[in-house]
Design a protein around this ligand. Structure first.
Ligand SMILES: [Zn+2]
Length: 313
């Protein structure tokens, strides 16, 4: 199983980490008994419709309209990641139980749910973490009339508040990732939920996602072309490499392959093989041939981040 990643998004919570699974260890015995297993990948006689990325041309922005979400305020009812997990779990129950035009039969007990799993593709918390709901797997279920051509995000922020810079950045990174996966979202097609009806006559008439967030959208907060979004901070050199800094020239050979890196420890920089074979690095080069110093994946990825092409070294 590969880890779900969205480049530029530091924290991604897979739905397996929050969807109610019927295990008392997850949300307690009372909840497990009352709610049971609601995992959309496995609990029901069918899965929700799969997303067809080639049809996705819009990104829809939603709010919850709630006034006390876990968004960093003091004395919250639900707080932190646990609070968000519970909030999403409760919303999932609500969507399945209190909505119609779905219809999911649970395999374990034959219980029929008239609704459908939580409709949004990606809830995003105030720190910018992305919570996978439908993710990139299932069609949006939150933007009536548009679900097949929309990927939806839900901004988890109190209704009076503006979305945070971290949230907007994650919105942009999700749009970019959707496009890498075959969608054709453009910055001028990132719309408030309510704008679909207002601008086209099709869809639900709704206050969602509120005047404050709409003003941010109109000011270009989601424009993923205007905001290049700098790559994450460079990672520190790994310890196995730092041991040798100030130790003068040295050479490393990557374990399991022939890549050899010539590194000037005193200057903390890699040097070319040609440089290494002249002057004072020569003894180190000779030494590594006799005594290769292995290095590992962590150092390899750091070197690659510095622009060292290990395949050619
Ligand atoms: Zn909405």
């Amino acid at each position: 199983m590969t880890t779900l990643q969205i480049p530029g998004v530091e924290t991604v919570h897979p739905r397996a980490t929050w969807e109610p699974n019927g295990d008392p260890a997850q949300y307690g015995a009372w909840y497990a008994n009352k709610v049971g297993d609601l995992r959309r990948d496995s609990a029901f006689h069918r899965r929700p419709p799969a997303i067809d990325m080639s049809r996705v041309e819009y990104l829809a922005v939603h709010w919850t309209s709630a006034i006390n979400l876990p968004d960093g305020d003091p004395e919250e009812i639900l707080a932190g990641d646990d609070g968000i997990r519970q909030l999403l779990a409760r919303s999932t129950t609500d969507y399945l139980t209190n909505r119609t035009s779905g219809g999911y039969t649970r395999l374990a007990d034959g219980k029929v749910f008239p609704g459908y799993p939580l409709g949004y593709n990606w809830p995003i918390d105030y720190l910018g973490a992305a919570w996978e709901s439908g993710g990139f797997d299932y069609r949006d279920g939150a933007t009536a009339g548009w679900n097949a051509s929309v990927l939806s995000v839900l901004l988890l922020i109190d209704r009076a508040d503006a979305a945070t810079d971290e949230q907007w950045r994650t919105v942009r990174e999700i749009a970019r990732e959707a496009n890498r996966r075959g969608a054709r979202i453009t910055p001028d097609r990132i719309w408030s939920h309510g704008w679909f009806r207002e601008r086209t006559g099709i869809g639900t008439s709704t206050q969602c996602c509120g005047d404050v967030i709409e003003a941010q959208l109109l000011a270009g907060a989601a424009d993923f072309i205007a905001h290049p979004d700098t790559p994450p901070d460079p990672i520190e050199p790994p310890e196995e490499l730092m041991k040798h800094v100030k130790a003068g020239p040295f050479v490393m050979r990557m374990q399991g392959c022939n890549a050899v890196v010539y590194f000037d420890g005193a200057a903390a920089r890699p040097v070319t093989p040609a440089e290494a074979k002249t002057s004072e690095m020569r003894p180190a080069v000779d030494h590594v041939i006799a005594h290769p110093m292995p290095f590992h994946a962590e150092t390899a990825s750091w070197l690659e981040a510095q622009g060292i092409d290990l395949a050619r070294t």
